[in-house]
Design a protein. Structure first.
Length: 195
């Protein structure tokens, strides 16, 4: 609250007393920082919730200290806000003239696409015993002791989970949560309908 670190201004508290002190400060002054400290020290909220609340408090403080530069300005022509501008930009980007222009530019700069790309046919791989994907590398021929990142992810899935391998299917009026090899799947449409 702006006090000093002078020994005469410091009190030794247990964790429980510290939580109670923040509770009283919150009730008296209404500061959200005290609320978060009280709830966190009393283990009434999770670590993730503490971080979320602190970020929210920080964002509100920043907005109160620094004025929004776009406040009061006309935003009708802003591409990111105006839906008409977005539609127009999408239409222009996909026009035959625009596509021809892109192809010409790619040709000029020798843009590598498809089989001309140096990474074409290579797969991201990781060691079989890897704990995460930080050491992944690209190979066109997978060496011994390595597997693709897709295979690595598949190995780590909890296959004993009842949801493993299941997908939503529907018959037009009812949803079914089935495995792909279920005989009923042939008569159904993949996906779920809102009933």
């Amino acid at each position: 609250m702006g006090g000093t670190d002078d020994p005469s201004n410091i009190v030794l508290l247990s964790v429980e007393e510290h939580a109670e002190a923040h509770k009283k400060l919150y009730e008296e002054h209404g500061r959200m920082e005290d609320y978060v400290a009280w709830q966190g020290l009393a283990k009434m909220i999770s670590r993730e919730e503490i971080i979320r609340l602190k970020q929210s408090i920080g964002g509100k403080k920043r907005m109160s200290l620094y004025d929004n530069p776009g406040k009061g300005k006309k935003i009708g022509g802003n591409f990111s806000i105006n839906k008409e501008c977005q539609k127009r930009a999408q239409f222009l980007a996909n026009s035959p003239e625009s596509i021809a222009k892109k192809k010409q530019k790619f040709k000029e700069i020798s843009h590598q696409q498809g089989s001309k790309n140096s990474q074409y046919g290579k797969k991201w791989c990781v060691r079989v015993d890897a704990k995460d994907l930080t050491e992944r590398k690209k190979f066109d021929i997978i060496p011994d002791g390595w597997i693709t990142t897709t295979e690595w992810k598949e190995k780590r899935k909890n296959k004993t989970n009842g949801a493993y391998g299941r997908h939503w299917y529907n018959d037009g009026s009812k949803n079914y949560y089935l495995k792909e090899y279920d005989s009923l799947v042939e008569k159904l449409t993949k996906g779920r309908i809102v009933v």
